[in-house]
Every structure is written in C-alpha cells, then in structure tokens.
Design a protein around this ligand. Structure first.
Ligand SMILES: [Zn+2]
Ligand SMILES: [Zn+2]
Length: 161
C-alpha cells in the first residue's frame, strides 16, 4: 500500500487454536490499565496493538467466543474457544474507522511491532510503571489520547483498501 510499510504476521492465542493473519501495518500500540482489560486479560494491564480491521483476516468461525463487557456493545472482545485466553477484539464506533485490537503477545514476531505510545486509564493501574511514556487518567482523557495517537496513522492510509 502506498505510504504504508509492508507488514505481514500470523497471530494466535496462547494455545494456537484461534489463529488469524494481519496484513497491514499496525496503526499504534498502547498499554491500557482499565478494569475491563484487567479482567478480560487476567493481567494488571493490556499491551494492545491497534489495527485497521480491513487489514485483518479474522479467525475461523467457532474458534473465538465473543463477548461484550460494557454497554453499548462497541467492542467485541474475543477469547479462544479452546484455551479461553484473549485472542482478538473488534471495535465499531460511530464516526470512527473499524478497528481491531490484538494483544502484542499474540503476534508471531512481537519484536517487529512498534513500541507502545502511551498508557490509558492509568488511574486504574495496579502498579506504577516507570517507562517515560505519557500516562492518561480517566475516561475522557484516555479516549482522547487514544484517538490522537491512532488517527494520524489511519488518516495516512485511508482510501487505499
Ligand atoms: Zn487458544
Ligand atoms: Zn482497557
């Protein structure tokens, strides 16, 4: 794609039963400390890669169980039907591009991923993190910071699907 680095990786859950493919470069990577991410991942925070949904070949039907953890159901969070570990999440919001979120650990070559850009919902953190990245607290500030971080990358690659 013009203006877009080549990127192609296989992704999978912990056990490998939920497998899918990413064919376009990540827009952004961030660390989320919200309680939903904590609960969904069973970890103190989520290290998430943000992708254009049109660059993802989704997992086969039946390999992932999707659930909604807060209304409205803007984010469909998927766990592997076999190992029950996080696999993939889809987000659809009005006026926003369709986005897919994948835990960084689910990429075959995590070392090739971009570095995280920021922390969101840092007010919900389990532990302090001393990494020099911006820390955003609260719903509105976290959402705005997230949008500001992914949107320029999305804008650069719009209209080439
Ligand atoms: Zn699995
Ligand atoms: Zn979160």
């Amino acid at each position: 794609m013009p203006g877009e680095p080549a990127f192609h990786q296989q992704c999978q859950c912990h056990c490998g039963a939920a497998a899918f493919e990413v064919q376009r470069a990540p827009l952004m990577r961030f660390i989320c400390h919200c309680t939903i991410c904590q609960r969904f991942n069973g970890t103190p925070f989520a290290d998430m890669v943000v992708l254009r949904s049109d660059g993802v070949v989704p997992p086969a039907d039946g390999t992932v169980d999707f659930g909604t953890y807060r209304p409205p159901p803007a984010v469909q969070r998927g766990k592997c039907a076999t190992c029950n570990k996080p696999a993939i999440e889809f987000m659809r919001l009005p006026l926003m591009p369709a986005l897919t979120f994948v835990p960084a650990a689910n990429f075959a070559d995590a070392a090739a991923l971009p570095a995280p850009r920021l922390h969101t919902f840092y007010d919900k953190r389990v532990a302090d993190i001393d990494d020099g990245l911006p820390k955003h607290r609260g719903y509105l500030k976290s959402q705005l910071a997230f949008a500001r971080a992914f949107y320029p990358a999305w804008w650069r690659t719009r209209g080439v699907e």
